[in-house]
Ligand binder design. Structure first.
Ligand code: G3D
Ligand code: MG
Length: 209
């Protein structure tokens, strides 16, 4: 009987400061929205085990520690990503304008093998703050023009579309991951227990904390 490779999907969340990246992750993983949760867990990640197309996969979601203010996230953050989530705040137009540069930054830093096909997902967050919620046509058009990026309008606060968005993220990440290297290569260096000195050194160099 053939053994099935276990899948680990690395998902990274990018976007301007305060658009709700940490809150979205917290809502998805912990089902909680808390103003106290500032946490910002560094160049670090939360994991969630999920089922996608009858396969059990572990999604590793990387959040930033606020370094996005300086656009200096370090190469370890981007390395080996299977999906990149771009978040903006529907009430702050500049955060939408900046998606272009976040996407460019990702493509430069992660340099995926096939940039045109790389899975992005765009989230327009904080829809609960809109008094007359209307789908953002400009965001929809921008996503269409970038090879049909899936687009969701979400509220981390009220849990709107968060589950659905992350299901799509997982599905598209899995499609990207199929045929890639062994799981070993997906783990970040800091949890490799092989005592590789170079890796350890590299880690401390990369640490942005
Ligand atoms: P970031 O990780 O992108 O920097 P945060 O953003 O998750 O830290 O959120 C920034 C602020 O926006 C927080 O408020 C948070 O509570 C709020 N926020 C995040 N998502 C939503 C949402 O969907 N709706 C609303 N109304 N607010 C949201 P504070 O006041 O703590 O700075
Ligand atoms: Mg944050």
């Amino acid at each position: 009987m053939a053994t099935r490779k276990k899948s680990l999907l690395k998902v990274i969340i990018l976007g301007d400061s305060s658009v709700g990246k940490t809150s979205l992750m917290n809502q998805y993983v912990n089902k909680r929205f808390s103003n106290q949760y500032k946490a910002t867990i560094g160049a670090d990640f939360l994991t969630k085990e999920i089922v996608v197309d009858d396969r059990v996969v572990t999604m590793q979601i990387w959040d930033t520690a606020g370094q996005e203010r300086f656009q200096s996230l370090g190469v370890a953050f981007y390395r080996g990503a299977d999906c990149c989530v771009l978040v903006y705040d529907v009430t702050v137009p500049t955060t939408f304008k900046n998606l272009d540069s976040w996407r460019d930054e990702f493509l430069i830093q992660a340099s995926p093998r096939n940039p045109e096909q790389f899975p992005f997902v765009v989230l327009g967050n904080k829809v609960d703050l809109e008094t007359r919620p209307m789908p953002n046509r400009r965001a929809q058009q921008w996503c269409q023009s970038k090879n049909d990026i899936p687009y969701f309008e979400t509220s981390a606060k009220e849990g709107v579309n968060v589950e659905l968005a992350f299901q799509t993220i997982a599905k598209n990440a899995l499609a990207q991951e199929v045929g890639r290297d062994e799981i070993y290569n997906h783990f970040p260096d800091q949890i490799r227990l092989d005592g590789d000195r170079n890796n350890r050194n590299r880690n401390s160099d990369n640490c942005q904390c």
